[in-house]
Ligand binder design. Sequence first.
Ligand SMILES: Cc1cc2nc3c(=O)[nH]c(=O)nc-3n(C[C@H](O)[C@H](O)[C@H](O)COP(=O)(O)OP(=O)(O)OC[C@H]3O[C@@H](n4cnc5c(N)ncnc54)[C@H](O)[C@@H]3O)c2cc1C
Length: 473
Amino acid sequence: MYRKMSDEVVKELTGIVGEDHVILDKEKMVDYSHDEFSLDWVGHFPEAVVKPKNAIEISQILKLAHKEKFAVTPRGGGTGLVGGCVPIFGGIVLSLERMNRVLEIDKKNLMATVEAGVILMDFYEKVESSGLFFPPHPGDETAYIGGAIATNAGGARAVKYGVMRDFVKGLEVVLPNGEILDLGGKLMKNCTGYSLLHLMIGSEGTLGVITKAAILLMPPLENVITLVIPYGSLYDAIKTVPEIILNGIRPTSVEFIQSDAIPLSEEMLGKKWPCKEGRAFLMIIVDGPTEDEVYRLSETIANICTSNNAKDVLVAENREKQADILAIRSNVYEGLKPNTIEILDLTVPPSEIVNHVDRVCEVSREYDVWLPTYGHAADGNVHTHIMKLKKEGEGFKELKEKEWKEKYPIIRKLLHEDCIKRGGVISGEHCIGVLKKEYIPMALSNAHLEILRRIKRAFDPNNILNPGKIFDL
Ligand SMILES: Cc1cc2nc3c(=O)[nH]c(=O)nc-3n(C[C@H](O)[C@H](O)[C@H](O)COP(=O)(O)OP(=O)(O)OC[C@H]3O[C@@H](n4cnc5c(N)ncnc54)[C@H](O)[C@@H]3O)c2cc1C
């Protein structure tokens, strides 16, 4: 389907970006053959890795790919969890790593202008040192801005402040035929034709290569408190959340987590979660304009939690304690990772979280596989890990390879079906990539999918840009 790249094509690529910025050695391409998702069968080597330094070089590369019909897979930090940046048809990986400049922090307009290869960690630092704040926070800070835009990343603060889509106001994009488009700008309103800007956000590198972005910033959060609330059951924990929101409180974040997922993270970090009792926890972060207001909100939340059978309400006021709690929660993924087959990203209407998690527990018992579950309780985004382990007494036992390979597809199908039945979607923030493609027909109608296919063909008639992702043409 795609032509193998000839020596002449490689020579042309080298001519565009320079010899030092093309990798052909297989050993050096290992890091570019997979993303954070661990299953071996999703990995695939490119024929070359190419590292351009600006939109003009990318335009030349895409013109060549369009003409010679080789696949181009854009890559950011490679922290994706669905194989989105894996070059499943070979061709080239287009790494944005050299395009890593924060070009401007414009305080008057509260906008940053950044290249797509800026690492989130560096961006947070730069924004903070300018006295401003950027709310979206996907759990892995080594992701790039371009990757976060291409996946419309969310994170724990989405409940109050929104996701990447709410902060991206302008984009420079290179289309698959090499044309360079400027979309939007430092604008708070824009009703000028169909929004190609919003089409690009979350398009997983299938419609264009994002090269530059105008990103909205905010004044910093001044007064912040973190609450950790233990419960005897996950059911009680989750059913508290709608009541908090109904009381007119919108916390910065509301995370739920089962207690058995915490020790691995504690052990890894050498830090202690603030309470021992409880089978499930809510971690609620509250911010507000004054200290008094934050205390008032926290007190109301504490009362609601207690009336919903919370065992206690622990308050972390200082930054160090807050950071420890956040670090343990953020590293739950890392703690579970060595024995994780897949982390799901199902999202249901918030009122359905309880029922969906009930179903997860039922499936876990029925198939005797440990399915630790946590997530963003106020926005319905549930992360269940399908593990290679089962529970045994107080500990865990490894499943034989044959056993987990048999159970894994059944479990994931049952959980996806449950999510759809409850009015949910198969991804709230990790996207579809290659991993979840098989469930797209379950999630979208034929008419919906056909429109997506036509959009893809309109942008990319030769299907060279990140082919084989989201859906098959
Ligand atoms: C520990 C951990 C925690 C995470 N927590 C969260 C979370 O809370 N919320 C969340 O939303 N995600 C989360 N993720 C998933 C991941 O971090 C995000 O999807 C992230 O935004 C991906 O960015 P990246 O730069 O690593 O992209 P990559 O993995 O490199 O690529 C992801 C997709 O974007 C495309 N792409 C990358 N750069 C560009 C570009 N410049 N132009 C066009 N397309 C491009 C790729 O082709 C691919 O399809 C987590 C991942 C890990 C490992």
